[in-house]
Ligand binder design. Structure first.
Ligand SMILES: Cc1cc2nc3c(=O)[nH]c(=O)nc-3n(C[C@H](O)[C@H](O)[C@H](O)COP(=O)(O)OP(=O)(O)OC[C@H]3O[C@@H](n4cnc5c(N)ncnc54)[C@H](O)[C@@H]3O)c2cc1C
Length: 494
């Protein structure tokens, strides 16, 4: 009872105080203080605050409230379009701090969201009136003897590449600089290198997770929890505080080719799309391609970090004829080339989402006319189709992970961006209309890392048949449903 009372007082104080409070371990009884004395649950809040200088050295979490000046910066997601306001932000210094913050949330009946890089399209890493576990201090990388590397979840992709590439090692991942390795890995993770090596989550060999009760687990390949974290770990089961990855030798050189076609109408766009699917299907695993339709302009990107090859030459020849502008690249240094794709590194207004996995042109044949009608109606909508396939579809990766879309070789994405003060309503309506058209034409698989709150049947769209097993695992690791928002795995009702 007393423990409960103290926690309430702490929360009350957090709500009233004008300062960021370094909350000591009065919330977890076994923790030792810096001078060796056990932190007592009987410590009064007043004493605690009075001695917070000492507490800083021994406690592993800093709590912020709405009135604190750091609150907004810590809270802000990459997507300015989805604003959320946690009651408390728990800035955790390490795994022990995460466990303490989760125990606090349990005691106070608060729901919890987890933020690493903050790039969730729907700001699922934040939460209104709940507790945000903010991992932005957890960014370190540690090399292990066997060329594996342990990375903390808020390490950004740029920070990761800056650490790995000079050592001539790489983990297949995305390319945007400020995306966090935590969220990217736990939902899958793909980019230029996935067709050759597999997804980012396929390279995760060990992880530390703090579950919904505040218990700490280490998991490895072959274990149920690891299976779930590979594709189903985004804020569903607990907080991952360390991720260990196997790495690959950096491939030599990187070539980029680009084609553009302007003032497109439907017929020409369909011709370009058909050619895209036909030629990209034959590309070797070292190649990646993206078909980007921005209103009536097409940009086709094709990259390669392997040898020159016949299918690539055929695709380049075909698009040299089909497109209006051709730019054939030469081999450049890979690290330098990757910087071209770092993208915008500050929060922006946008609405992005997965627009389905496709087997080939046949997947969109019946819907493409209707989709193009909408894309061509108003400037500002981007409809993109990227190549997957290759090593992503390795049976060993499939059995060791809950990512369920391996045998589908293309992933599509819808995007809309706007500036502050502009009204995005019409763009968002068009966005929803396209999602509806695709759904009605049987496009029902979606990438968990490109979420959209409006997806019907999101459970199977993201996780396929694996959803039921994820529910069982959720019951073991988060029985109180502490990690809970619109699209977290739900506890099964019996
Ligand atoms: C500009 C941009 C570029 C992108 N490029 C790519 C790309 O090339 N390839 C690709 O595959 N994806 C890409 N994505 C999607 C990206 O993978 C997801 O947005 C990813 O979830 C972001 O991770 P984060 O840590 O930055 O985000 P966050 O918002 O911090 O987290 C995303 C989700 O994961 C959960 N989560 C985060 N950290 C943890 C943790 N430690 N433990 C448990 N759950 C956690 C959060 O609760 C949330 O649900 C891109 C997104 C953006 C905005």
């Amino acid at each position: 009872m007393k423990e409960q009372k103290n926690r309430r007082e702490v929360l009350k104080l957090l709500a009233l105080s004008g300062f960021s409070v370094f909350l000591p371990s009065c919330l977890h009884s076994e923790k030792k203080t810096g001078n060796g004395a056990a932190t007592s649950l009987d410590t009064t809040v007043k004493d605690t605050i009075a001695s917070f200088e000492e507490a800083v050295t021994v406690n592993d979490v800093v709590y912020f409230r709405k009135t604190d000046k750091e609150y907004d910066e810590l809270r802000q997601s990459f997507n300015l379009n989805v604003q959320k306001f946690p009651l408390i932000i728990a800035l955790c210094k390490n795994t022990v701090g995460v466990a303490a913050a989760i125990k606090l949330a349990n005691a106070e009946g608060l729901k919890v969201a987890v933020k690493s890089g903050g790039h969730s399209f729907e700001s699922f890493s934040s939460i209104d009136n709940g507790l945000q576990i903010n991992l932005s201090l957890l960014k370190s990388t540690t090399w292990n003897d066997d060329q594996t590397v342990t990375i903390e979840p808020a390490c950004t992709l740029k920070e990761m590449y800056d650490e790995l590439l000079p050592k001539n090692r790489i983990i297949p991942a995305g390319s945007c600089a400020t995306v966090g390795i935590g969220g990217l890995t736990l939902g899958g993770g793909y980019g230029f290198f996935a067709r050759k090596y597999g997804l980012t989550c396929d390279h995760l060999i060990e992880a530390i997770l703090v579950d919904g009760l505040g218990n700490v687990h280490t998991t490895k390949t072959g274990e149920e929890l690891m299976w779930a974290l590979r594709g189903g770990g985004n804020g569903n089961l607990g907080v991952v505080t360390k991720l260990t990855f196997k790495t690959h030798k950096v491939p030599y050189g990187f070539t980029r080719h680009r084609f553009k076609a302007y003032k497109l109408d439907k017929e020409r766009t369909k011709e370009l799309l058909q050619a895209y699917f036909k030629y990209s299907a034959a590309l070797p695993e070292s190649c990646f391609a993206a078909f980007v339709l921005n209103y009536k302009t097409m940009v086709l990107l094709i990259t390669n970090y392997g040898e020159d090859n016949e299918p690539l030459r055929e695709m380049l020849d075909a698009f040299s004829t089909l497109a209006d502008k051709t730019s054939i690249g030469t081999k450049k240094n890979l690290a330098v080339s990757l910087r071209n794709y770092y993208g915008i590194q500050h929060p922006i207004y946008f609405k992005n989402a997965s627009a389905g996995y496709y087997k080939g042109y046949e997947s969109i044949e019946t819907s493409i006319d209707a989709v193009l009608n909408v894309v061509f109606r108003k400037r500002g909508l981007i409809y993109q189709i990227n190549t997957l396939g290759g090593a992503i579809n390795t049976p060993e990766f499939e059995s060791n992970s809950c990512y369920p879309h391996r045998n589908i070789p293309y992933l599509s994405e819808l995007q809309a961006y706007w500036e502050e003060g502009k009204n995005p309503e019409v763009l968002i309506e068009s966005f929803e209309e396209i999602q509806g058209i695709l759904y009605d034409h049987g496009i029902k698989r979606q990438y968990r890392n490109y979420p959209h709150k409006g997806f019907k049947d999101w459970e199977t769209a993201y996780y396929g048949d694996n959803y039921k097993k994820l529910q069982e695992i959720k019951k073991k690791y988060d029985p109180n449903d502490v990690f809970s928002h619109e699209q977290t795995v739900k506890l099964k009702k019996y």
